[in-house]
Write a protein that binds this ligand. Sequence first.
Ligand SMILES: *Cc1c(COP(=O)(O)O)cnc(C)c1O
Length: 431
Amino acid sequence: MRTERSEQLYAVARMRMPGGVSSPVRAFGAVGGTPRFIARGRGAILEDVDGNRYIDYVGSWGALILGHAHPAVVRALREAIRRGTSYGAPTEAELELALRIQEAFPSIQKIRFVNSGTEATMSALRVARAATGRSKIIKFEGGYHGHADFLLARAGSGLATFGLPDSAGVPEAWVRDTLVAPYNDLDAVAALFEQFPDQIAAVIVEPVAGNMGVVPPKPGFLKGLRSLTRRYGALLIFDEVITGFRVAWGGAQALYEVEPDLTCLGKIIGGGLPVGAYGGRADLMDQVAPAGPVYQAGTLSGNPLSMIAGRVTLEQLTPALYRQLEERSAALAEGLREAAEQAGVPVHIHRVGSMLSVFFTERAVVDYATAASTDRARYARFFHAMLERGIYLPPSPLEAWFVSAAHTEAHIERTLRAARAAFREVARGIL
Ligand SMILES: *Cc1c(COP(=O)(O)O)cnc(C)c1O
């Protein structure tokens, strides 16, 4: 596989941009080698600047549930862009997207659009602190909620990938109110509430962890968080930036039947354009300016292109489509499991709907500590063996793989053929 053009671009980019990239994991730091510069995407296929083609399981980190350049999204964007790209004024498009999201998420009585998931979680926690008059929050080790200062405490994938416990440039005082518990550990959360019974504003959680690889909630974990937060007068915030419209039309809260007070969304709801949103109980959201005293604003928030791409994307998400995603993702996970077993490579494969992970470890993975036990060298070998065979996986063992509506049975078959060979390569490395 020729990668000359990517190598040239990367060499220049590294001199002009930190790490040569606009977001850390893209630099292939966890797997080594040269990141591919992408020229175009169509359906399930990515093409790089050297003309290599790959079946894509990154999907812009989960945003592209329909695959690349879906015709309906492209058509709608082409029409919209002629009418202008931003007005800094209300539009019908943002109301339409809001209504569509509220149909899927009955817990979101009111919603505010922002430009990224980072803004969504930061703002939701501002609302929670204002509404409760408390300052502490609980997050989970390995849970990633964007890069707001006070959330950069043991925050998973990007950070875990680089082995940084925290970010430089975040004063200790700014994470002093951030309490951290292991994921899936209800007793640890209960202990924090006992220690600070009237100081905790909110618990923020990825209802299916997706930034330490895919780690599903244990039975009763989310319901337990719901009852603990109620008992202590704290709010429950679901960060569904990945899981919203991914694991089900109504997100993880529909799948596990737990209603949070506030929900953060992003990724899929922008159809591949920059977006975020937070919403929930009307009395809480009415704290947000101009309705209430919590300030939060954005020059490009509710951008008409993002709103239209999001709305058209959600229109395509029929029950039949979710069934297809479920079947293809199950076939992929099952095939990977068999291939690993045949090659004699110990793995744990987790899947919820169309998000999945392959952990190269013999231990059951239930939280960050066990997720981090994954053999990174084996993942790196597997990653490159797949890349060579035209399969584009996340360049980190702690990121989720995403199946899109554009992945056909033939794509899954080709992926499994490559995986059988890739697992054998990994096995040779073990011997
Ligand atoms: C991606 C992600 C974010 C941050 O969203 P950005 O748009 O990258 O700022 C927040 N929470 C979760 C769970 C995410 O996966």
